[in-house]
Design a protein around this ligand. Structure first.
Ligand code: PLP
Length: 398
């Protein structure tokens, strides 16, 4: 007799906050043989895809792309812009801001963290004061994660930019848009971001494996002075590699056929409609969780409504109950995959991803599986969360 569990039948519902669902047409677009990455046919596909990512980023600046997950783009952002011993500020938001800060320390940077309660996010006044307290402009860069995937908290990048300007500080502004691009409003040029860190596997609906950095003119000028060691991620070497002006080594050609298709899908829906859909699905999720919170049940981890994330909701378990039991039940019984708690939130939260290729019934399916799992695992909760989500969604127009 087999000891492995039978895989539940029916479609796998993927409600992780990244990677995300890959649309069938993106999979079909990638399903092709190899092509020389200098072939004019491919170069045209490449150029279309890159121009599309720039439209989504709302930038006119250059993109450097990598055969790497988001960590690679993080490393590229630090090593291309900074020198050993440089002081940088990292705005604490959760697990991913911690990891970016840890990476910076391992490269010999002097990291000052603007500390925050993970459920609320930073006080922007504290950042302004830290910058005003640096008249010599020793701080070379400020790093912010736009959407903290671990906590379901979004930082107001436009307001942070305004605080940097009010302090009159020239530090470079680095922003991680890995789980916000193609889901939340994001404006690289308007917010004067010097380096944007992005990845393909969330709002851009691609398989994992490609990431990128958008770099402003100020960022590229700073790169000329930066002395941290780099080779694979070096922007100067990339700039000289024609015609792509990006990538060291072989390009992932199939990924670009997929990317061109995912951009076509975003263009077809319209970027503002994509953002509205994410807003709608996120609000439905929160209304559902707010009902579950009754009867001392699971509650929204983020307690700052102006910073709710519209691409992921982290749900905090009641004391003494394990979030992994909920994830196990949804996966084993209903073939629904949720995100787990990261770092110090392991076992304490589960995360519902509502970004990328997702619609109302897909979201409701995942929420229904969670509500059933709460019953199965005898976790106290308010009844009727899914009903609240349905009532909200039914009242919205697409
Ligand atoms: N930054 C954020 C906000 C993320 O959500 C992630 C991954 O989920 C990363 C960075 C790291 O990216 P990757 O796992 O693709 O290396």
């Amino acid at each position: 007799m087999s000891t492995t569990l039978a895989k539940p039948r029916g479609r796998h519902f993927f409600a992780n906050p990244g990677p995300t669902n890959i649309p069938d047409s993106v999979l079909r677009a990638m399903d092709r043989g190899s092509i020389d990455f200098h072939d004019p046919e491919f170069v045209a596909v490449y150029n279309d895809a890159v121009a599309g990512v720039k439209r989504v980023l709302q930038t006119r600046h250059h993109l450097f792309m990598y055969n790497a997950s988001g960590h690679g783009a993080w490393e590229a952002s630090l090593t291309n812009l900074l020198s050993p011993g440089d002081r940088i500020i990292v705005l604490e938001s959760g697990y991913f801001s911690e990891e970016w800060a840890n990476m910076a320390r391992s490269h010999g940077l002097d990291v000052q963290v603007i500390a925050a309660d993970w459920r609320r996010g930073i006080d922007i006044g504290t950042l302004r004061s830290a910058l005003e307290a640096d008249p010599a402009h020793d701080v070379k860069a400020i790093c912010a994660v736009h959407n903290e995937t671990a906590t379901g908290l979004m930082l107001p990048i436009g307001e942070i930019r305004a605080a940097i300007d009010e302090a009159g500080h020239p530090a470079l502004f680095l922003v991680d848009t890995i789980s916000s691009l193609g889901s939340l409003d994001f404006r690289m040029d308007e917010w004067k971001i010097d380096c944007v860190v992005g990845g393909g596997q969330k709002g851009l609906m691609l398989p994992t494996g490609m990431s990128f950095t958008g770099v402003s003119a100020k960022g590229f000028a700073a790169h000329g002075q930066a002395r941290l060691k780099r080779f694979y991620f070096d922007w100067t070497s990339m700039s000289q590699r024609l015609p792509h002006k990006s990538f060291i080594g072989t390009l992932p050609t199939n990924m670009f056929y997929g990317l061109r298709e995912s951009i076509r899908l975003i263009d077809e829906e319209g970027l503002s409609n994509v953002i509205d859909r994410h807003t709608r699905l996120a609000e439905a999720t929160r209304r559902c969780v707010q009902v579950w919170a009754g009867n001392s049940g699971p509650q929204l981890f983020c307690v700052n409504p102006s910073r709710y994330s519209n691409s992921v909701t982290a749900v905090l378990m009641p004391e003494g109950y394990d979030a992994e039991a909920v994830r196990r039940a949804t996966r084993q019984r209903f073939n629904v995959s949720l995100g787990g708690g990261l770092g110090k939130l392991n076992g304490k939260v589960f995360r519902i991803g509502h970004l990328g290729d997702l619609n109302e019934p897909m979201l409701l399916g995942a929420l229904t599986a969670v509500e059933m799992a709460l019953r199965i695992e005898h976790i106290p909760h308010g009844r009727g969360g899914v009903e609240a989500a349905m009532a909200y969604l039914a009242g919205q127009s697409a």
